[in-house]
Design a protein around this ligand. Structure first.
Ligand SMILES: C[S@@+](CC[C@H](N)C(=O)[O-])C[C@H]1O[C@@H](n2cnc3c(N)ncnc32)[C@H](O)[C@@H]1O
Length: 411
């Protein structure tokens, strides 16, 4: 099976990198565009069918639908990701592209010719000096100041593109490297005396603007509707309950926190102003563990009696409890939240509609958490039928960790 699953590596976010708008920002929550297309090819939608992605992330489902002219609603708890999805899936006309190139040129000229680059504002990111050298922070702060100064005169669509170019430039020049579960800082390079950081930043910026302008010209047949909201409250958030197909990937129960990787973007674009806020936002997210979220999890008890209908669930919790009380609560809360989500999902899915969830299992100490099986059991308990679990690929070099697609039908 391992050999076979390796072949499906094109079904990961890496497959999005070279494809137009999909690669505007390379963030690890993303799954593969091919995966979404494969599901859409299989489900045969009617012309008036609407697709839902309740865990939008970087908007892969929404963008595939937008390009194919399929109506799609998408939701995420994180407002930065909803903004990014909206920017990736909107229609840009030739005036927008012209406006982008002109604004970019004005920024480049100012960065080149201003003697001392004074930013008006530097994000209050903890230990910012580990992320960027002081010189780079000043250049970035100056560019962001110029973008903010243009807010009154430019159309939002142009500003969105400038902000994405900023994000790409900012992350390219950061010292951070993101691995699967941890983040580390590269050593600051020793530059030659001839190295000019302004020129270096400008090169990255211009490359980003070039890519964005190219991809923004591509056709969007039908932009999605985007919502900031909670997937555990779908029936109140979405007024129409008619989704013919749901294609999504919820967080996995693996303690990975999206906020961790998204922090630099969210601070620079002012979605976050301190660490407490980051922790509170992650506490709202299913499976969140960043900052205050972990201390909340360590005190969490299920607010209502809600049994998780998998025969091994209590045994799994008991075995994890032998090693860590917090992890036990984390796993319990994760599936409790997913149970709430799936109850709501059942309400908003149209009769005959299909749901397709990409999920990874996990392992804590020596205890395997079969997330795909538990998810399937939750679908069944909520009333879904025709439940199928298919492995997609092996996830890491760690034994027994796989990604699955779990599908079901609302009768
Ligand atoms: C695995 S990612 C989705 C990735 C997406 N398929 C893509 O291609 O980018 C899971 C997403 O769920 C979001 N999320 C977590 N808890 C949520 C909640 N309660 N309601 C809505 N979205 C939530 C996270 O912010 C994250 O963006």
């Amino acid at each position: 099976m391992n050999q076979q699953l390796k072949l499906f590596d094109h079904l990961t976010h890496r497959a999005n990198l070279h494809s137009s708008r999909y690669g505007w920002l390379r963030l690890t929550p993303a799954y593969s565009v091919h995966l979404v297309k494969t599901v859409l090819d299989d489900v045969r939608l009617q012309p008036d069918s609407v697709v839902l992605d309740p865990f939008c992330g970087t908007g892969t489902t929404a963008l595939v639908c937008a390009e194919q002219g399929i109506a799609c609603d998408t939701i995420d708890i994180n407002p930065f990701l909803v903004w990014l999805t909206k920017a990736k899936t909107q229609v840009y006309d030739p005036d927008d592209i012209r406006g982008l190139l002109e604004a970019s040129q004005a920024i480049v000229e100012m960065v080149k010719t201003t003697r001392v680059l004074t930013p008006v504002w530097i994000p209050p990111l903890h230990q910012i000096e580990k992320w960027w050298s002081a010189e780079i922070v000043h250049i970035l702060g100056f560019v962001m100041r110029m973008i903010c100064d243009m807010e009154q005169s430019l159309d939002t669509r142009i500003l969105d593109l400038l902000k994405i170019a900023f994000c790409r430039t900012m992350i390219t020049h950061s010292n951070a490297s993101f691995n699967h579960q941890s983040m580390s800082f590269k050593k600051t390079a020793n530059y030659s005396p001839f190295f000019n950081p302004r020129d270096d930043v400008i090169i990255t910026w211009e490359a980003a603007i070039h890519d964005l302008a190219q991809a923004a010209r591509t056709t969007i047949a039908r932009p999605p509707r985007t919502f900031v909201g909670d997937a555990r409250q779908l029936s109140t958030l979405l007024t129409a309950h008619y989704y013919a197909c749901v294609i999504t990937s919820p967080p996995y129960p693996n303690r990975m926190s999206y906020i961790r990787e998204l922090r630099p973007y969210m601070y620079w674009l002012r979605y976050l102003s301190d660490g407490r806020q980051a922790g509170e936002l992650d506490w709202q997210a299913i499976g969140g563990t960043w900052g205050a979220a972990t201390s909340h999890v360590s005190k969490w008890v299920p607010p209502h009696q809600l049994s998780i209908p998998h025969p091994l669930f209590s045994t799994i919790l008991e075995r994890i409890a032998e090693r860590s009380d917090t992890l036990t609560r984390y796993v319990h809360k994760y599936f409790y939240d997913m149970a709430k989500h799936i109850e709501e999902l059942f309400i908003v899915t149209a009769p005959g509609g299909s749901v397709h969830y990409i999920i990874g299992n996990s392992k804590f100490y020596d205890v395997l958490v079969p997330a795909e099986e538990i998810l399937a059991a939750l679908f069944e308990a909520s009333g879904f039928t025709n439940i199928a679990i298919k492995p997609i690929r092996k996830r890491t070099s760690k034994k027994e960790l796989y990604e699955y697609i779990v599908s079901a039908i609302k009768p």
